[in-house]
Design a protein around this ligand. Structure first.
Ligand SMILES: *[C@@H]1O[C@H](CO)[C@@H](O)[C@H](O)[C@H]1NC(C)=O
Ligand SMILES: *[C@@H]1O[C@H](CO)[C@@H](O)[C@H](O)[C@H]1NC(C)=O
Ligand SMILES: *[C@@H]1O[C@H](CO)[C@@H](O)[C@H](O)[C@H]1NC(C)=O
Ligand SMILES: *[C@@H]1O[C@H](CO)[C@@H](O)[C@H](O)[C@H]1NC(C)=O
Ligand SMILES: *[C@@H]1O[C@H](CO)[C@@H](O)[C@H](O)[C@H]1NC(C)=O
Ligand SMILES: *[C@@H]1O[C@H](CO)[C@@H](O)[C@H](O)[C@H]1NC(C)=O
Length: 556
């Protein structure tokens, strides 16, 4: 008797679990996907996960460096329980090739409900990593907090480095392949996200660092128009020195030469670069300015988005983004934009004695590259003296002036550019702009913690991401009584409220009201352990750097 019941219940369980598994299937335009149900790290329930979904054809062989092609349909049910390959890259922290492939155009979808009564808002995340590293995978971007708060989350891979951002200034390779990957992923989401319970009319694009630059570029790109309703820009805008490619065509020929192929013909160069193994192409340093030998991270990334020449191709960007914005050419979306306290803290690793000595000796290094390349040396020295006096007084640049050097990096590589974009964007957007400064510090600041060695306990570049995502590689504390949990809960509420309503504080539940930014309010929110409204973010930084640009006679 007992045994019979046991057997029956076992059979029932198997049937239920089989039916359940069968229910975690979704049909997208290319075919069926088999997902899985996973536990939220908070213990608050479950969610559905679909990983490694191809959104474009593998960009290999003759498709290398080219705009992405439509995804290839499959037969039967595709197993979507594992991430697809990462795109070929060196890890910027360990400087080693990571396991990856050129066939890497995959995205991941996470949802709490496949059939909600009202479709859920969608958050589409673009990872950072200098257009040269990282992926959308859960090792850095676990979905738990966001899916647990009523949104569908999409994370993506896009081609990186030379494979994503080679530009030969020809019709064959105009540039921005990696940006076109992002657009293709966004189009895929618009078309297919309803099947996962998502609302294609309620999409927020958000990104950090290079992903933030990408987010802002989608706001001005004709290719991305109409594909999203809201945007969140975290720690990076196109005018940052490192954000857009400099002399991309010249650089491509330098790369060919470094790999042993000397030519002046772009077609020959393309044939050669399509012949070389992807691993060999990656991690080369095709510098075109001597200053890049000193610091590639702060001065310039080798391969990044470009202003494309219009050959009649479908183009991502054919004008300078600041020019487009000044002309009011922008997608009308709700915007949230900001940065962390000390964006430069993660770069401390670079600031060794010889590095600082070089900065101390070669005055031109202090001048932002975008100014340096437009002015004659005499003017550059004058501007450099002005910057040096402002940040260092009469002190030399060394380990004894790390605080001063970090202030300088925070402002010159991030702060002032972000400040100017906030002002520019809020002026041309007819919808609300919300500005923040991320200041939270706890055990979840896994990137900025390098500063503790030098007694800097501040929120750094990337630290904000660990309060929105659960980086699985780090196994972080999420005890519900902890300060960490409190900050995560508040930050996630702000971000998901914005994605849902275009307003981070639509009601009184967080105990504060986040006032939109305009040239009267100059309002921002300090996102720390507490939420503290403020005014005039970076005003002192802006006043000084405006005087530098005025003296240089440059607007941007
Ligand atoms: C999907 O792939 C994973 C990992 O390879 C495997 O463990 C699982 O059994 C597969 N699921 C199905 C339904 O084939
Ligand atoms: C490309 O590879 C093929 C086959 O190995 C070779 O014949 C050809 O010369 C190579 N082309 C270039 C430009 O290196
Ligand atoms: C820049 O970083 C330093 C050191 O981490 C920090 O003390 C400073 O407040 C930061 N500057 C700004 C404008 O936040
Ligand atoms: C950090 O602060 C502690 C305590 O004030 C001090 O002993 C130590 O020398 C400081 N370290 C550095 C690198 O400044
Ligand atoms: C977006 O989603 C939110 C939350 O479900 C909903 O209240 C809102 O009406 C949606 N907005 C649009 C434009 O669909
Ligand atoms: C402030 O914004 C308003 C509306 O966009 C504009 O008319 C005005 O000129 C701006 N004022 C300043 C000082 O920029």
């Amino acid at each position: 008797m007992t045994r019979a019941i046991f057997v029956i219940s076992l059979v029932l369980k198997t049937i239920i679990s089989a039916t359940h598994e069968a229910n975690i299937k979704v049909q997208v335009e290319q075919g069926w996907l088999q997902g899985e149900e996973l536990e939220l790290v908070t213990g608050d329930g479950k969610y559905f996960s679909f990983k490694g979904i191809p959104y474009a054809a593998p960009p290999v062989g003759k498709l290398r460096f080219k705009a992405p092609q439509p995804a290839i349909p499959w037969e039967g049910v595709r197993n979507s329980t594992q991430h697809g390959s990462k795109c070929i890259q060196f890890d910027i922290f360990t400087n080693k090739l990571v396991p990856a492939s050129e066939d890497c155009l995959f995205l991941n979808v996470y949802t709490s409900n496949l059939n909600p009564k009202v479709p859920l808002p969608v958050m589409f995340f673009i990872h950072g990593g200098g257009f040269e590293s990282d992926s959308g995978n859960v090792d850095n971007y676990g979905p738990d907090f966001l899916v647990g708060n009523g949104v569908v989350l999409v994370t993506i891979n896009y081609r990186l480095e030379v494979l994503g951002f080679l530009s030969l200034d020809t019709e064959a390779v105009p540039g921005n392949a990696g940006m076109k990957d992002q657009v293709t992923a966004l189009k895929w989401v618009k078309k297919n996200i309803e099947k996962f319970g998502g609302d294609p009319e309620n999409i927020t694009v958000f990104g950090q660092s290079a992903g933030s630059v990408s987010t802002v570029l989608h706001m001005v790109s004709p290719m991305s128009r109409g594909l999203f309703k809201r945007a969140i820009s975290m720690s990076g805008v196109p005018s940052c020195d490192w954000a857009m490619a400099y002399q991309p065509k010249r650089r491509a020929f330098v790369l060919g030469k470094q790999l042993g192929f000397d030519t002046t013909d772009p077609e020959n160069l393309l044939e050669f670069l399509q012949n070389v193994s992807a691993e060999k192409l990656t991690g080369v340093s095709p510098n075109v300015l001597a200053s890049e030998e000193v610091s590639n991270i702060l001065k310039m990334f080798h391969f990044a988005p470009v202003v494309e020449r219009d050959f009649g191709q479908e183009h991502f960007l054919t004008e300078n983004p600041e020019k487009l914005l000044m002309e009011g050419k922008v997608s009308q979306v709700d915007l949230m934009i900001g940065h962390s306290t000390s964006e430069g803290i993660g770069d401390l690793i670079l600031f060794e004695d010889t590095f600082l000595k070089t900065y101390s000796q070669y005055a031109e290094l202090l001048v932002p590259t975008k100014i340096q390349v437009k002015k004659n040396p005499e003017e550059v020295f004058k501007l450099s003296d002005m910057i040096r006096k402002h940040y260092f007084g009469t002190k030399s640049i060394s380990k004894d002036t790390l605080q001063e050097f970090l202030d300088y990096i925070n402002d010159s590589a991030y702060g002032y550019d972000i400040y100017r974009y906030i002002n520019l964007l809020s002026k041309v957007l007819k919808r609300n702009t919300y500005v923040y400064k991320f200041t939270a510090v706890s055990t979840r600041n896994i990137y900025g913690k390098i500063g503790q060695k030098y007694n800097f306990t501040v929120a750094g570049h990337l630290d904000d991401t660990a309060y929105i995502f659960d980086p699985k590689h780090a196994n972080l504390n999420i005890d519900k009584k902890s300060k960490e949990y409190k900050i995560v809960t508040q930050t996630v509420a702000l971000f998901t409220n914005f994605a849902k309503y275009g307003n981070p504080t639509p009601d009184k539940s967080l105990g504060v009201t986040w006032t939109p930014f305009n040239n009267n309010s100059e309002a921002y929110m300090d996102i720390g352990e507490d939420l503290t409204p403020g005014q005039n973010l970076d005003a002192d930084v802006a006043a000084f750097w405006k005087s530098v640009f005025d003296k240089a006679g440059l607007e941007f």
